[in-house]
Design a protein around this ligand. Sequence first.
Ligand code: NAD
Ligand code: MG
Length: 394
Amino acid sequence: MQTLTILGATGSIGKNTLDVVKRHTDKYQVYALTANSDYQTLLSQAKDFNAQHIVLADVSVKDDALALAASMKVTVKCHFGADALVYVSRHAEVDTVMAAIVGAAGLLPTFAAVEAGKRVLLANKEALVMSGEIFMSKAKQCGATILPIDSEHNAIFQCLPQRFEYGDLSASGISKILLTGSGGPFLETDLELFSDITPAQACAHPNWDMGQKISIDSATMMNKGLEFIEACWLFGLQNDDIEIVLHPQSTIHSMVQYTDGSVIAQMGLPDMRTPIAHALAYPARIQSGVSPLDFSQLRDFTFSTPCHKRYPNLYLALRAARMGQSACTVLNAANEVNVAAFLAGDISFNDIARFNAQVLDTHQLVKLTTIEEVIQCDNAAREIAQSAISESLC
Ligand code: NAD
Ligand code: MG
């Protein structure tokens, strides 16, 4: 039996994880489930999966959550506040932590799981973008196993050779990592119309059903930029080792090109239960609930290169990757603030890149050696991003 904590259980990845777990109750048991404030969903999940603990990060829902727990007669220990996320991540009874909180809020509990040497199923890419070197060296030092959940990174992981040398592609016979992306909902949209894009249009991804923040990041392709940085850290890659390829059908989830001319691709329907099941059971394979690909139905299978004008956020992220760690940390922070402002209707779709660029342009690189310094850097960048928005609204 593997004992699980699922950070971000009420989100898209969290729900997909529980969907896989419910098919294998002989293999996985839930220790703790967490959410920000959606106590109704969290309590009903706790009841269904017989969880021992739940954590709600937002303390303001405490009274309502406790009242509902009592009326539902759920025998689960309820905790409130961000510190409790760390408690259920590092607890000795836990084998595996699914890190599926969105954004920087996931950094501390995910890092706690790494420090405790857990098997960490990493969906929360922002944690790695913010703190790459600190995160990966802590994982090595503490014996944590990091298994990628992001579909592209999970695909790359599946396509790598068994004897992969971290940080040395040529020693592994690899010439390039091909990171694929669909291009999002605005791949064909006239650029003149970009200023009028609404949050609802940007959230309507053609292939994937995801949370709001990653849906906006997919529309701007900031998501691919964050994934580029994530791939560098996960597999020890240099910037030139990765090529970004547009593949609108999302059938191939990424590829590894070998020096002998072979290209190994991982394919499947765009359904996160596949990478989740892969990482949960690794190195074994289990049923995920995902249907097999039907090759008689596959029609188009196309590839192209993303263009600067359509996806300025992607190129900001690539610039941050070349600059260094603190540039990635501040860009990630600014992007979270600007995406939230776009979702709230305060800024336009084009403003996301404009305001992200302002923060990156003025950033002076600093050395980040501890998680506390990473958080300070993130907070400072958020303040700069927030004041740029406030000024624009005056
Ligand atoms: P989501 O918005 O659907 O869910 C986010 C979860 O985090 C929810 O449970 C929410 O309650 C919790 N949360 C939000 N703010 C919090 C806070 N301040 N403190 C504690 N918990 C908080 O997001 P998602 O789409 O499931 O994405 C989760 C992570 O996985 C992101 O980092 C995303 O980039 C990554 N990811 C998602 C997908 C996908 O298909 N959804 C694919 C690849 C990677
Ligand atoms: Mg992805």
